[in-house]
Design a protein around this ligand. Structure first.
Ligand SMILES: O=C(O)CCC(=O)C(=O)O
Ligand SMILES: [Fe+2]
Length: 234
């Protein structure tokens, strides 16, 4: 693996995809644990207002906080750490590990930025690990807008509109996607039984721990800690 080249590509595009990064047996095991935790019909955790307005239907789980070692070990993989360091520099920090579950027939996630883009030095890095195949039949593909980590605020408009230049990612078991928190991204609706991704979020040094508290959508800015729409966008 040429780490320097991967890091360069990440900074050029605002995201990076590497297939077969983790082996399938390990991913199958994690996927089993995820299904055991959620079942197929878990309850919503976000407020109705958020789900409606953000057009985002995911249920989170933080297995490392609960001491589930199998998830902890993934982020300690040497190449995973080296790649993170090449992208974020010295003294980066892991934030948390968040598994996101979407049920059959749900909307996925609308276009968003994970944190406000005004300060280009302050951002989160999503390190997404896929424990099952995403396919066109299943839905739930991740869509990114290349280079948008350098374009400032996500354009206002319809939450799930197709944008020119968008790229559709169809990650497979063991694929990782590294995604800059300012990069415009979304997840397509889920037609299959379920869809999950596991996000090991990290930040460069001198970044506040609550960096992902406010997310930017095409119709609003939303603060998760207080469950408030802090800005309407038109
Ligand atoms: O699940 C995905 O593919 C993307 C999730 C996402 O938007 C995020 O983790 O910030
Ligand atoms: Fe996101």
């Amino acid at each position: 693996m040429n780490i320097a080249q991967y890091a360069e590509q990440f900074w050029e595009d605002g995201y990076l995809v590497i297939e077969d990064f983790f082996d399938a047996a390990r991913m199958d095991h994690l996927n089993e644990m995820i299904l055991q935790h959620f079942g197929l019909k878990p309850d919503w955790e976000h407020s109705d207002e958020f789900i409606q307005k953000a057009a985002t239907e995911v249920i989170p789980w933080f297995p490392v906080r609960e001491g589930v070692q199998d998830f902890e070990l993934v982020e300690k993989t040497a190449e995973f750490e080296q790649l993170t360091q090449a992208i974020l520099g010295e003294d980066w920090q892991g934030l948390y590990c968040m598994v996101m579950f979407s049920k059959q027939g749900t909307k996925g996630q609308a276009w968003h930025q994970d944190c406000p883009p005004e300060n280009t030095q302050q951002f989160n890095l999503n390190r997404l690990v896929y424990t099952h195949d995403i396919t066109p039949e299943l839905g739930g593909q991740t869509i990114v807008y290349p280079g948008s980590h350098k374009m400032g605020e996500l354009s206002a408009g319809l939450p799930h509109e197709d944008l020119e230049n968008q790229i559709v990612l169809t990650p497979k078991t063991g694929t990782i996607v590294f995604l800059h928190g300012h990069t415009w991204h979304r997840v397509l609706p889920i037609n299959g039984t379920y869809r999950v991704s596991t996000n090991y979020r990290a930040v460069p040094k001198n970044t506040p721990e609550d960096i992902t508290d406010i997310a930017v959508y095409r119709n609003m800015r939303y603060r998760f800690s207080t469950g408030e729409v802090i800005e309407e966008r038109v």
